[in-house]
Ligand binder design. Structure first.
Ligand SMILES: [Zn+2]
Length: 308
C-alpha cells in the first residue's frame, strides 16, 4: 500500500514511534509525486538517503555530500564521512533485514551457498594477489533478492549488483541473476581493489571483466561454455583484446602475462608499464578513447590510437 506523507505520519503516531521521519529508525523514500513510502528497491533506498540527509546535514555539509565522492569526503572531512557512513549503514542494514523477513526472502540454503562461495572466492583472490605481490582488500558481499534490483522507472534494466556509496567495504548482489554469481563476485572484487586512476569507463569495465573471466577459469569456478554464455561487457572486452594482442606482438609475452600487466596497471593506477610498451602519447590516446562517448571504443580506433 502506498502512503501519502500525511497518512504515513498518522501511521507512525498510531504505532507509537516519533512523528519526525528522520528520527524514526528507517529512512523513507519520496516518489516523484511526493509520496513517502518505504524503499521498494535498492534505487529508492539510495534516493532516500538524499532525502533524509537534507534534513540532517548542515547546508555546507549537504553540498559536499551531493558534489563529492565518498573517498574525497573521507579525505577532506573524515568526521562528516564517519557520520554519513554510520547512518547509511544502519538504514541499509535495517532495509535488508526487512527484505529478509518478508513473504519471499532468498531461500536460506541459497543464501548460505552464496555466502560460502563468496568466502571461497575471497580466499582464492587473496592468494592470487599475494603471489603477485599486490595488496588485497577483502570485500563483504550482501545478498538481496533479485526483485530488490528491479528499477520501477526502468524495468528493462538488469543489474546484478551495486555498491552503495558510504556503505563501508561492501557490495550488494543478487543470487544468480542476471550474470552468474562466480563472475559477479570476482568482477566486483577487482573493482573494489582498483586504485582511482586514469582508466576511463570502457577500459575499466573491459579490463575488469576480461580479468574476472581469466580468474574464474584459472580458479575453475565455471566451465568455458557457461562462461561463454555469460554476456557481460562484450564491446568493452573486444577493445581490451585488441590492446592485449598488441602487447603480445610488441613484447613477445603470452596473453596471460599481457593481461596481468594490464590488470596491475588498473589496480595500482600507475601507467608506467603501459607507456613503456606503447609510448606515453599512444597510451594517452587510448585512455581518451576509453573516456569518450559510447561508440569511440572500437577495434579500429584503438589500433589507430596505438600507432598502427
Ligand atoms: Zn563493472
Amino acid at each position: 500500500m502506498k502512503r501519502t506523507r500525511q497518512s504515513w505520519k498518522r501511521f507512525l503516531i498510531g504505532i507509537g514511534v516519533p512523528v519526525l521521519l528522520v528520527s524514526s529508525s528507517v529512512p523513507a523514500a519520496v516518489t516523484e509525486k511526493g509520496k513517502v513510502q518505504q524503499p521498494r528497491n535498492i534505487y529508492e533506498l539510495n534516493y532516500s538517503f538524499q532525502f533524509t540527509f537534507q534534513r540532517l546535514l548542515k547546508p555546507e555539509e549537504m553540498k559536499l555530500y551531493e558534489t563529492r565522492g565518498p573517498k574525497e569526503i573521507q579525505r577532506i572531512n573524515p568526521e562528516l564521512y564517519a557520520r554519513i557512513s554510520v547512518d547509511v549503514k544502519r538504514w541499509t542494514d535495517e532495509w535488508i533485514q526487512r527484505t529478509r523477513t518478508t513473504r519471499d526472502p532468498i531461500p536460506e540454503k541459497r543464501l548460505s551457498d552464496g555466502q560460502q562461495l563468496a568466502v571461497k572466492i575471497e580466499g582464492m583472490l587473496a592468494r592470487y594477489f599475494q603471489e603477485l605481490g599486490w595488496p588485497y582488500r577483502p570485500m563483504q558481499v550482501v545478498f538481496i533478492r533479485p526483485r530488490d534490483f528491479i528499477d520501477e522507472h526502468n524495468r528493462d534494466k538488469t543489474t546484478g549488483g551495486m555498491f552503495i556509496p558510504f556503505y563501508p567495504d561492501a557490495f550488494f548482489a543478487t543470487i544468480d541473476w542476471p550474470i552468474p554469481l562466480e563472475l559477479v563476485l570476482v568482477h566486483e572484487s577487482l573493482h573494489f581493489n582498483a586504485a582511482e586512476g586514469p582508466f576511463g569507463s570502457s577500459l575499466i569495465e573491459g579490463t575488469t571483466d576480461t580479468s574476472a573471466r581469466y580468474l574464474v577459469r584459472k580458479f575453475e569456478l565455471m566451465s568455458p561454455s557457461d562462461l561463454w554464455r555469460a554476456e557481460s561487457y562484450p564491446l568493452e572486452r573486444k577493445g581490451v583484446e585488441t590492446i592485449l594482442e598488441k602487447m603480445m606482438e610488441r613484447t613477445g609475452r603470452s596473453r596471460e602475462q599481457a593481461l596481468e600487466v594490464l590488470l596491475e596497471t588498473y589496480l595500482t593506477g600507475r601507467q608506467e608499464a603501459m607507456t613503456k610498451i606503447f609510448g606515453e602519447r599512444a597510451w594517452n590516446r587510448v585512455l581518451r578513447l576509453s573516456s569518450a562517448q559510447r561508440g569511440a571504443w572500437q577495434t579500429g580506433k584503438i589500433e589507430k590510437a596505438l600507432g598502427e
